[in-house]
Design a protein around this ligand. Sequence first.
Ligand SMILES: [Zn+2]
Length: 289
Amino acid sequence: MYINRFSIALSMALAASACFAQEDRFAAVEITDQHINGPIHMLMGAGGNIGVSIGDDGTLIIDDQYAPLAERIQAALRRLGGNRPELILNTHLHGDHTGGNAFFGDDGVIVAHANVRSRLLAQGDLPNAALPAVTFADTLTVHFNGDDIQVIHLPHGHTDGDSVVLFTNSNVLHMGDLFFNGSFPFVDMASGGTVTGYMDDQRQILARIPSDIAIIPGHGPMATKQDLALALSMIETTHSMVNRAMDAGSSVDEVIAQGLGEDYKSWGAGFINEERWIRTLAADRQAAQ
Ligand SMILES: [Zn+2]
């Protein structure tokens, strides 16, 4: 009896400490805002950058970071004169971009590519409010706060359900995780991403955007078209470096030991370090063969 009570108390204590650990991770996170252009702002906290449009039609957000931050995100929107968002666009399925869906999806309509809904549904543990209620296959246009907002799906890049969001009048582009500004990108092959697709997606975007557009990357600071071109050129160059070395008979471990050189050091300071990036390039090569 005593043992039972003790083990119940112990497991409750463990559950509570797991809970605190989760809380602690976000305890110090503050949501900061940056005005971009016209009705468009960016919010930063932890996880993917949030795009915001606030105006006469109401409030629209792109991505919503992690669940424990949802109320702080809502407070930031109110600070900017916004309200509960009518529309929530998800650029892709990852939890650092969709964690607030249950909170915001209670009042607002979540919109995403069809693969985002099916992959979130397959997780099996999300409430209905967290799932996109409106899905699309290729493109969708939302007319809101004076913008024709084009939500454009691009295939097999970071995942198989990525969209970028183009505010044609405000001249702002939110790229989700098809752009990590200044760092090696995460390519989620288990969710249908590929490196070659990622490069193709970035080339397509570069070909259609004006040179003075403001770009909200999925991660990292605000960017220009030149920053995006630089990120693509980094991927192209390291992709051919790794492929050339492996064509010549090097193993992945040998390529890692050799390294990419000083020029690429700063790109590995983020979530994906140099080793992980080389392993991604090698896995992509393997998958393509
Ligand atoms: Zn992601």
